[in-house]
Design a protein around this ligand. Structure first.
Ligand code: F6P
Length: 525
């Protein structure tokens, strides 16, 4: 099927997206559920291509692999683990069996404990919460707290992730240690950045009159290490190793979100994801939103060869979503070895980046419209904003979002550019000026539209993207749930630390590292 798709791509290379349009394409190439609409009509996918892409997914065994994931089979084969972030939002509690044991009673009991604890904190004298974590133990909560700020009442949440002391210093300097709760969020409880920041926060709290025995909480699956750090078991919220770091927002790692928006709203967030899980399992073929989002991804990256895609939320509160999706997609599908250890002969997952509109329009959209590289764009927009008194802002936001996808598709011909300038210029100057105003067009984009950015919808969006990544991983035949590629740098950093502080020489290092270390030491004298 791969070669059929490549042949098809070659055959339609001269055809424009606009050529595909008729009155019904907008509906025919969209998936609409009761809760949102995903439009992929502004891509070069036609009916036969879609059919081939769906066959590709069928042949790869996406449905069987999906069922294996949901039922607790150990599909993370390189780590011998189940992949069950979906169990964390399985609110109806139907059994999920791992090693002969139903994990649901424990999952629901932990959720209840978290809700009780979050309510207690929300009623205490605590005013500020500092979540210390990195990667999956930071990006999800930081993104969601910001996304759901209209639902926040009371507690202010801050996030410290970088081992750069500037991060924690800037956060702590504004806080009252007696009224601050520190959450140490780390699945492994060994991550050097997080543990360094946690120790710094503990020193700060002690020095400034806080009570470290009462004001530290741990979210982790390593209970030995949380005890070693001195956090009492009643303030440790554990989770199992079948929850991957970048998929962990739904359980204990989501504590800061619960503290910010309350347990009622957090439950709604889980319900949204649960609803998307149901849709992913039940909807068939072209009616399945995560499947179609994934297949547009495969079409663009592996067939058309576009190296990246841009995530463009027209929603200022989703400012951190591109970073969140960067980890979700790139840490999951940035692999060059297939499940059986052989080399991946296709391209791995794409480079993911982006920023909210309309700000991006005034920064990097120039390249999206006129650069030599085609970058498929994934737009997102709510039908209504929260600021009802500012609905004219939202109308403008929507108009901009729709205009960008239209402009990317339509472009502007040389003739049209000349017609715009003919009153101002003539002769060679008209040609020269017009050339700069040509847009090639035919640049693909998709648009996700939802009623409003509420907890339920955010849960849906994140689960949609999780399943997209899953489907793409299955089609590529890779393991989307390990991340060995982050290990080498960590090991080398540990080895370099004594060299940086001058306890060891850099003799074994390459001449670049050696010279940089020498320069560093000269600057520090
Ligand atoms: O270094 C990568 C990683 O392992 C991510 O997968 C993870 O989200 C992050 O580090 C943080 O890990 P932990 O929660 O164990 O501190």
């Amino acid at each position: 099927m791969w070669s059929n798709l490549k042949t098809k791509h070659y055959a339609v290379r001269e055809r424009t997206i606009l050529d595909l349009f008729d009155e019904t394409r907008g509906d025919d190439f969209s998936v609409e559920t009761a809760y949102m609409r995903f439009d992929y009509s502004k891509t070069n996918i036609d009916v036969p291509t879609r059919k081939m892409l769906i066959t590709l997914a069928d042949d790869a065994g996406v449905a069987a692999r999906r069922d294996a994931m949901f039922s607790g089979k150990k599909i993370n084969e390189t780590e011998g683990r189940s992949v069950l972030h979906t169990a964390l939002r399985n609110l109806d509690g139907s059994p999920v069996i791992v090693d002969g044991i139903d994990v649901m009673p424990k999952v629901l009991a932990t959720l209840e404990r978290l809700f009780i604890y979050a309510n207690e904190v929300r009623q205490s004298n605590i005013t500020d919460v500092v979540n210390i974590g990195i990667g999956g133990s930071d990006l999800g909560p930081a993104m969601a707290v910001q996304a759901l700020s209209p639902y926040q009442n009371g507690l202010r949440c801050h996030f410290v992730s970088n081992v750069d002391g500037a991060n924690i210093a800037d956060v702590l300097c504004e806080l009252d240690a007696k009224k601050t709760l520190v959450i140490v969020a780390s699945k492994t409880f060994t991550t050097i950045e997080t543990m360094t920041n946690a120790r710094t926060a503990r020193v700060w709290m002690k020095k400034n009159g806080g009570d470290t025995s009462a004001q530290f909480v741990a979210l982790s699956s390593n209970l030995e290490k949380t005890a070693e750090f001195g956090i009492p078991p009643e303030r440790v919220f554990g989770f199992e190793n079948w929850v991957g770091g970048r998929y962990s927002i739904w359980g204990p790692i989501g504590l800061s979100i619960m503290l910010a928006i309350g347990s009622y709203n957090f439950r709604d967030f889980l319900r949204g994801a649960e609803e998307m899980d149901r849709h992913f399992c039940d909807a068939k073929g072209a009616a399945n939103m995560p499947l179609m989002l994934a297949l547009t991804g495969i079409w663009h990256r592996q067939i058309c060869g576009f190296i990246s895609h841009a995530v463009l939320p027209y929603d200022q509160r989703l400012v951190l979503l591109p970073s969140y999706l960067q980890q979700l997609e790139m840490e999951s599908n940035g692999k060059s070895v297939t499940m059986d250890g052989s080399s991946l002969t296709l391209e791995s997952g794409p480079l993911v980046w982006g920023a909210p509109g309309t700000n991006g329009q005034h920064a990097f959209y120039q390249l999206l419209h006129q650069g030599t590289t085609v970058i498929p764009c994934e737009f997102m927009i709510a039908a209504t904003g929260h600021e009802t008194e500012l609905s004219h802002h939202h109308d403008l936001l929507v108009a901009n979002c729709l205009a960008q996808s239209e402009a990317l598709m339509r472009g502007r011909s040389l003739n049209d550019a000349r017609a715009l300038l003919v009153d101002k210029f003539d002769g060679p100057e008209l040609c020269r000026q017009a050339a700069h105003r040509v847009f090639s067009g035919n640049r693909p984009s998709t648009t996700l539209m939802y009623p409003k950015l509420d907890p339920f919808t955010l849960g849906q969006i994140i689960a949609l993207y999780e399943h997209r990544v899953f489907v793409e991983g299955v089609i590529l035949g890779i393991n989307s749930f390990d991340q060995w590629g982050v290990e080498l740098g960590k090991e080398l950093a540990m080895a370099l630390q004594p060299i940086v502080i001058g306890k060891q020489t850099a003799d074994t290092k390459d001449s670049s590292t050696k010279s940089l270390v020498a320069y560093l030491h000269r600057q520090r004298i």
